[in-house]
Design a protein around this ligand. Sequence first.
Ligand code: GLU
Length: 286
Amino acid sequence: MIVTRFAPSPTGFLHLGHAYSAAFAWQKARHGGGKFLLRIEDIDPTRCRDEYITAIEEDLAWLGLAWERPVRLQSRHFGDYQAALDKLRGKNLLYPCFCSRKDIMAEIADSGHAPHPASQGPEGVVYPGICRHLSSAERERRMESGMPYCWRLDMERAMKSVGELNWLDEGRGAMAANPQDFGDIVLARKETPASYHLAVTVDDALQGVTCVTRGEDLLRATDVHRLLQALLELPAPFYHHHRLLTDVAGRRYAKRDKAMTLRALRENGASPSEVMNMVGGWPVFG
Ligand code: GLU
């Protein structure tokens, strides 16, 4: 049975792009006679607010969507992400990194890389590996001294342990995963004990999501998710990365475009079907 999900972060009101993405996942599940889930991605307490969670549910219900209960709030499941981190640590694939952004930029400048594209990955600067080479005694000493740190994935070792990976996108076909382009990604920090990549991969598996639908801005992120699935021995769902909606000026909708939030459109008298017309109508499958 097909299981899809819409997974917004409660950092603002939903906008037209979200309406399309949510409708896409909902229609996809309905078309396949399956289930549609709503998941709240609130792992970052500095950016997420409870009032937006209520607003997300109200706006989706107003559009006419219905979802399975209970809704999963990521902030209530840190234990699940911790277990995944423990598993990766048990395989010797994580290391603590004590670098500040300043340390990283200085190292890149020193090594003569900057502004060489070799230091740029799909999510910005690739970590130059400074802390990968610390001895275990030094790691322990720094951790005990109370220095702040995050956990990074040793990408090279991780890739070696799983070999070549592919994932399936409905529109694009088989895609070769190249997570090595991201370098040693951060999987957990002190203030957010799970990164987006880790939480989304663990949750999609735990919730039995079979088809991940989301915007094509996250196409490359799927390479990382596929790697984490392989390392954590989780099933691989299939994917459908949909087009991104843009405003009349050709810019992607963002939470800062207050006039294009569902909340504002609704308050200005728009009906749900008018809003769906603004995003090109309900997505059609089959
Ligand atoms: N929470 C992510 C976002 O709001 C979406 C994650 C996903 O669909 O994988 O962009």
